[in-house]
Design a protein around this ligand. Structure first.
Ligand SMILES: N[C@@H](CCC(=O)N[C@@H](CS)C(=O)NCC(=O)O)C(=O)O
Length: 256
């Protein structure tokens, strides 16, 4: 099903299409990603923020092609090749980019042991609670389950929002923490339209934070036309998409 949607919309569109066009030259770094994928967008924004040279290759993860399995045995995107060698998992990719390209500024992981530890705490919170919570709301198929998943998500977001220094998580600088939540914060319109979510229910500070993230140039130029996301989200909302994330949510396992 998801593969059929990707046959209809195989490539990035809007501002993201331009970004893809600008990154077709062979490079030591190749991002194998999907225009629709928030995990990909996280890595893509990091590359754009830091001006690291890369090539972008659109990759459909639902067919489990041998070429993708060779890059990531889990068959998920994003995957990265660095000098021909594969890496996968969006957070690991972010860390790798920080370690492998310190000369490209700004670095997005805070320097100094205390702030670096704080960043790890909140990235972990986002990955363990906010990201799975987002998908749980989608896949809840009764009004009762949807309301309880939404209530839980709002609590996680409030917990996070309390710690935002403003305007970004650590203050003036956009960091790996903002990067870890941005893909979901800017895709909340689906939950607004279909599950009754409102940013204001979290807090005014959170509302301002999401608007700031959505308007950041690197976020805008890695985002496709909104209508194209709808086709994929329709499958999520109906609970008919087959994916490793859905499987994990259904069986109460952590995300792949
Ligand atoms: N933990 C992985 C998750 C990546 C992920 O779930 N990607 C989705 C696309 S957004 C995927 O490849 N889905 C294909 C599938 O589930 O079969 C990461 O952070 O990179």
């Amino acid at each position: 099903m998801a593969s059929q949607v990707l046959q209809l919309y195989p490539r990035a569109s809007g501002l993201a299409e331009e970004t893809v066009k600008n990154h077709q030259t062979d490079c030591e770094l190749v991002l194998h990603g999907g225009w629709f994928c928030p995990f990909t967008q996280k890595c893509w924004i990091a590359l754009e923020e830091r001006g690291i040279p890369y090539k972008y290759v659109e990759t459909n993860p639902f067919n489990k092609d041998p070429a993708l399995l060779a890059l990531n045995p889990k068959g998920l995107i994003p995957a990265l090749t660095y000098q021909g060698k594969p890496l996968h998992d969006s957070h690991i990719i972010l860390e790798f980019l920080e370690d492998a390209y310190p000369q490209y500024k700004p670095q997005l992981r805070p320097t100094g042991p205390y702030h670096a530890a704080q960043a790890r705490i909140w990235v972990d919170f986002i990955n363990k609670f906010i990201v799975p919570g987002y998908f749980r709301i989608f896949h809840a198929q009764t009004p009762e389950l949807q309301a309880s998943a939404l209530g839980e998500w709002i609590k996680y977001l409030q917990c996070y929002a309390d710690k935002i220094h403003g305007p970004y998580f650590f203050g003036e600088e956009f960091s790996i923490v903002d990067l870890s939540i941005v893909g979901w914060a800017i895709r909340d319109w689906v939950l607004v339209e279909h599950r009754g979510f409102r940013r204001e229910a979290v807090s005014p500070k959170f509302t301002a934070y999401c608007e700031l993230l959505a308007n950041r140039p690197t976020v805008r130029r890695t985002f496709s036309n909104k209508e194209n996301y709808e086709a994929i989200y329709a499958l999520h909302l109906a609970g008919t998409i087959k994916s490793s994330i859905v499987d994990a949510i259904k069986h109460g396992r952590s995300l792949p």
